[in-house]
Design a protein around this ligand. Structure first.
Ligand code: SAH
Length: 345
């Protein structure tokens, strides 16, 4: 019988037990090589050598939630809280536009200060000033009505990682009043409203098993998101998981290939690079699906404060330098940083 990864390459319509077997291949160098090769082949069919960037605007680190793994969780009293004004957000867009970003991502904690009315005003203002740019929101769980208002105001995409598709695992990472069912429901609402939707999970989060990861892949297959954000869990010193360590790095290559949607785009707030001391760019090319980068260049001093995990990269760089450095790194592995929206195809 053929090895599981060859079966997967032939027909990726896998069930949970198949995915469990496939994830275990992360230990096998030949499997990893074949999956990388296949990932590059498929990626190049859809996106050629292009790498898209996303201008991430981390506009608030106030949050009403208390996710146990996250550095900006409500009960972290050591976090220095900030929020950007509308003018500051617009200045970020202006700077980003000049630097060649054609997607802006408004990401933040769940901050009640930004009511739906305030969000709608900001969305409209950005879309009026930059009609050819895509606007992505990553502002957590909202009602169908709120998502609808944001969509009508002009938001194009929404990132909301499901975090883990296993109920029991979800309970170990979140307080009682948060729920996986609500989170999943939000994702289906977003799909219904015509957003390009991004789901995803951390790899190596506390208590995560191979079976949990397989369930994540089954869920992604069912949801069919346009984007998938898969990044390593990185402990934050002010959380109860401060002393936890993540999983080995072979795994995310397997995930990159596992994603059932060939057009999926990955985003991860620079954590691959944080995690992998420089070789991430080569790995990224190999993994094939993560053809975009969050650039996070704009929020100035606040970028240090938007600390979901420890040792975030490039927090001190000027946006221009950061993009220049990114361009060179992309070129060094034979790819090209482009000035485009980079929609899912
Ligand atoms: N409040 C928004 C944005 C969350 S921050 C929301 O609820 O969607 C974006 C992502 O950062 C989270 O979805 C989570 O997967 C990731 N994250 C948080 N803490 C992390 C950590 N310690 N290590 C790695 N990723 C983390």
């Amino acid at each position: 019988m053929k090895p599981v990864y060859e079966r997967f390459i032939e027909n990726p319509d896998f069930t949970k037990p198949d995915f469990v077997e496939l994830i275990k291949c992360a230990e096998d160098p030949e499997a990893v090589r074949r999956l990388k090769e296949e990932a590059v082949r498929i990626r190049e069919i859809y996106y050629g050598k292009k790498v898209f960037t996303r201008g991430l605007i981390e506009y608030t680190n106030y949050c009403k939630n208390d996710c146990y793994y996250c550095g900006i969780r409500k009960s972290n009293t050591n976090a220095k809280r900030y929020r950007l004004t509308e003018d500051e957000i617009m200045a970020c867009c202006e700077n980003g536009y000049e630097l060649g970003f054609r997607t802006f991502v408004l990401q933040g904690g769940e901050d009640a200060y930004y009511t739906d009315d305030r969000m709608v005003a900001i969305i409209k203002k950005i879309k009026e000033a930059y009609p050819e740019c895509a606007l992505t929101l990553s502002i957590g769980e909202k009602s169908y009505e709120s998502y609808k208002r944001f969509r009508e105001a002009g938001a194009d995409r929404y990132l909301l990682r499901h975090e883990t598709a296993n109920e029991e695992h979800y309970r170990k990472l979140h307080p009682e009043k948060m729920s996986l069912a609500v989170r999943k429901n939000c994702l289906y609402d977003l799909k219904k409203l015509g957003y390009q939707v991004g789901a995803g999970m951390m790899v190596g989060s506390p208590y995560q098993t191979t079976e949990d990861l397989a369930e994540d892949l089954v869920f992604l297959k069912e949801l069919q998101p346009e984007m998938v954000g898969i990044g390593p869990f990185i402990p934050h010193h002010d959380t109860q998981f401060a002393k936890r360590t993540g999983r080995k790095c072979g795994d995310d290559t397997v995930f990159a290939r596992c994603d059932p949607n060939p057009a999926a785009e990955g985003t991860s707030s620079g954590n691959d690079s944080t995690w992998d001391d420089g070789s991430a760019w080569k790995r990224e090319r190999a993994a094939g699906r993560s053809q975009c980068r969050d650039a996070e260049p704009f929020s100035g001093e606040n970028r240090k404060q938007y600390e979901l995990y420890d040792n975030k990269i490039c927090t001190g760089e000027e946006a221009a330098e950061c993009r220049g450095c990114m361009g060179r790194r992309v070129a060094s592995v034979g790819y090209e940083l482009v000035t485009e929206r980079g929609d899912a195809v």
